[in-house]
Design a protein around this ligand. Structure first.
Ligand code: AP5
Ligand code: MG
Length: 211
């Protein structure tokens, strides 16, 4: 799943994973979990940059993804990886070495003003990972997660300065990857401004039409 911060990668990856019964690997969620649960680990130390909206070192990300994917002998929804051309190259070499491949790259297109509004209104559940929206649901900090009843929180990198930095990094380092996946015929471009149900239907239709 590719797209700028707030485009709905996490929301749609969770739905795809549930619908197609495949694991969902979010590199962002993995780094947040390392910072929360194992702050002295090497991965957490490398992930400290995410609080201010920076990117984790490419080779650290590749090692983490490879370690997780090695555990799975099945399709996996990758959410937020690769996000630099160097990561894409490292990943291509790794996939080749293990005889696996990327099937499709789903790109969610959403304009910047909508992204900023979404990120300001997002709340996340630390317990179950549910992604809520103050705009889509009657949710706020202090009220329970609609799915599991635990508290919702605001991500550190959803502060305005970190949001601006993430959007700028996306434009300069991640967006150039789109051309690569257009050229290989792997890119499925989806209008991410529809309702979450509408986006999900479009993704499912595009994926199944291509299989
Ligand atoms: P990551 O967690 O991946 O953050 P991100 O890419 O900035 O994307 P977000 O999670 O903010 O947004 P999303 O697209 O998942 O949208 P969501 O579904 O939540 O990465 C965090 C950090 O980790 C990075 O900045 C970096 O530091 C590091 N990192 C991760 N991967 C890395 C890598 N490969 N290399 C290096 N560093 C890496 O939706 C957003 C909001 O909108 C929610 O409130 C949701 O409810 C709402 N919403 C969703 N869909 C809709 C819709 N259709 N209509 C209206 N609202 C919607
Ligand atoms: Mg996400």
């Amino acid at each position: 799943m590719m797209g700028p911060p707030g485009s709905g990668k996490g929301t749609q990856s969770a739905r795809i994973a549930e619908h197609f019964r495949v694991p969902h690997l979010s590199t962002g969620a993995l780094f947040r979990a390392a910072l929360e649960n194992d702050p002295e680990s090497d991965v957490a130390k490398a992930a400290a940059v995410i609080t201010n909206g920076g990117l984790v070192d490419d080779s650290v990300v590749m090692d983490v993804v490879a370690a997780v994917l090695t555990e799975y002998d099945c399709n996996v929804v990758l959410d937020g990886f690769p996000r630099t051309t160097h990561q894409a190259d490292l990943f291509e070499h790794w996939l080749f070495s293990v005889g696996r491949q990327i099937d499709k790259v789903v790109f969610l297109h959403v304009p910047n003003d909508e992204l900023v509004e979404r990120l300001g209104a997002r709340r996340t559940c630390k317990a179950c990972g549910y992604i809520a929206s103050l705009r889509l649901e009657d949710a706020d900090t202090g009220i329970p997660c609609p799915r599991c009843g635990e508290d919702l929180y605001r991500r550190e990198d959803d502060r305005p300065t970190a949001i601006s930095r993430r959007l700028a990094i996306y434009e300069s380092l991640t967006a150039p990857l789109l051309a690569k996946y257009i050229a290989t015929g792997q890119l499925l471009s989806i209008d991410g401004t529809q309702s979450p149900d509408g986006v999900f239907k479009n993704i499912c239709d595009s994926i199944t039409n291509q299989i």
